[in-house]
Design a protein around this ligand. Structure first.
Ligand code: MG
Length: 452
């Protein structure tokens, strides 16, 4: 966590729309971004009621700074990242991802489609607070373009990377829940083109999210789980609000943790490619390491944040990466969490292995995890973290300080770290039994409570 950043969180800016995140704010911030990233900038957004308002303010700000702008419309965050990587000099995505409907946010990416670096965030903030972005003269104002073909291109290229015929032959029955979010214009068509029988839930664009909250956690997916069971489907698939995360429900109606999906796809990628470099964060399951060892992979762990994983994958020419929350990264396609290829890949695995999803999951290494959180105001986070780090250093355990502090005990690990987006600390633990994982997570939480 950086003390210096005032506006940016882990990936962009996220606020209640039209209170702090007003058109004036968005326009000035976009002009500041346009000052740093000149050229042709792509813009896209999710289905929120406030997205058009903020998007148009951003377009104005970018044009004012002399950038050309290409409006891509309503589409998943990774589809914008895909477009930028292929064609443009930068990109801005208007989305609050999984947050409730009253929120919105702005994600900024560089010319590779990766979330911008901290140094660029600081440069943009300075221009914003100094109210000093580049203002082009009238004859140098940027032009506004539209690209309505990018969604088809994005889908086509994702599908090129899987064995479509094998998936078609498996005749899978799929229940898809886009949560009325940005996956609506892509995900149903992907499943359809893979020859699956598809039943859709919440696949109409709606910024009020009437069917469910945009966060794909178990409590929000009760309808999906019930539908999978009722219709004897092979799999249920859910996306978050900006369709960069994918959550699966197995054919028995069990919620599959993001770690498990990650491990399942990792195994397949390593098998297909005969090994390779896997990048993840320090908060992901040890199962990632077990699978890498078994199938000729090597693992690098970064601090938490999908853009850090994406950047490492690019720099080290990695094969595949991901996070514990169901965000998977295929660097040869998109330098960020992608949902289109994740869905296609999971369906391909079920089809090729000719096994139900529950069995494929059962075959993976088994670990138990527990997450606890503890409120802590943003201005106290650094002090609390320093005190915890000092105390655990005296205990003699192996520790990793890539992000917060990760403590390895004989029977598992616990990581204690401040959230980059909320006024909380998290304590996440993993062990070979649920009781031990809970005990470790509670111990982590007790340390936070001691110093907060
Ligand atoms: Mg998201």
């Amino acid at each position: 966590m950086t003390k210096d950043k005032q506006l940016f969180g882990t990936f962009g800016v996220r606020r209640i729309a039209n209170s702090i995140l007003t058109p004036e704010f968005a326009s000035m911030l976009a002009a500041s971004y346009g000052t740093v990233f000149q050229g042709k900038i792509a813009i896209g957004g999710d289905t929120r009621t406030t997205t058009p308002m903020i998007k148009h303010a951003i377009i104005s700000g970018l044009l004012s700074s002399g950038c050309d702008v290409v409006d891509l419309g309503i589409l998943p965050t990774p589809a914008v990242q895909y477009a930028v990587k292929k064609y443009y000099d930068g990109g801005i995505i208007v989305t609050a991802s999984h947050n409730p409907p009253e929120y919105n946010g702005i994600k900024f990416v560089d010319e590779d489609g990766i979330g911008i670096k901290e140094e660029d965030e600081l440069a943009i903030e300075k221009l914003y607070f100094d109210e000093n972005p580049l203002r082009a003269s009238w004859e140098a104002i940027g032009n506004l373009y539209h690209n309505e073909m990018i969604i088809d291109e994005y889908i086509d290229e994702a599908l090129e990377k899987v064995d479509i015929q094998a998936i078609k032959d498996a005749k899978l029955k799929v229940v898809l829940d886009c949560g009325s979010g940005a996956g609506c214009p892509t995900a149903p068509y992907i499943v359809q083109r893979l020859g699956c029988e598809i039943i859709t839930l919440n696949c109409q664009v709606d910024g009020f999210f009437p069917g469910r909250n945009p966060e794909p956690v178990k409590d929000n997916l009760k309808d999906l789980i019930a539908t999978v069971k009722e219709l004897n489907a092979d799999i249920g698939i859910a996306h978050d609000g900006d369709a960069d995360r994918t959550i699966c429900i197995d054919e028995k109606g069990n919620f599959v943790l993001g770690d498990k999906t990650f491990t399942l796809v990792e195994k397949q990628m390593l098998k297909e490619n005969k090994g390779g470099l896997i990048v993840t964060t320090v908060a992901t399951s040890s199962a990632i390491y077990d699978i890498a060892e078994e199938f000729g992979g090597k693992v690098i762990a970064t601090a938490v944040g999908d853009l850090l994983v994406a950047r490492e994958l690019k720099e080290k020419k990695g094969l595949f990466g991901g996070e514990e929350n169901g965000g998977l990264i295929f660097p040869e396609f998109v330098y960020g969490r992608d949902a289109a290829l994740t869905v296609a890949k999971i369906l391909e695995i079920i089809a090729k292995e000719k096994k139900p999803l529950s069995q494929l999951i059962d075959e993976l290494p088994v670990y138990y995890s527990e997450k606890k959180k503890c409120e802590c105001s943003d201005d106290k986070k650094t002090e609390v973290m320093d005190n915890i780090a000092k105390e655990v250093a005296t205990l003699g355990y192996e520790i990793d300080t890539t992000d917060g502090v990760k403590i390895f005990k004989d029977d598992g690990w616990v990581i204690i770290r401040p959230s980059g987006t909320e006024p909380i600390f998290r304590s996440m633990a993993e062990s070979d039994s649920q009781d031990k994982a809970t005990e470790l997570a509670n111990w982590g939480k007790s340390l936070i409570e001691k110093y907060k």
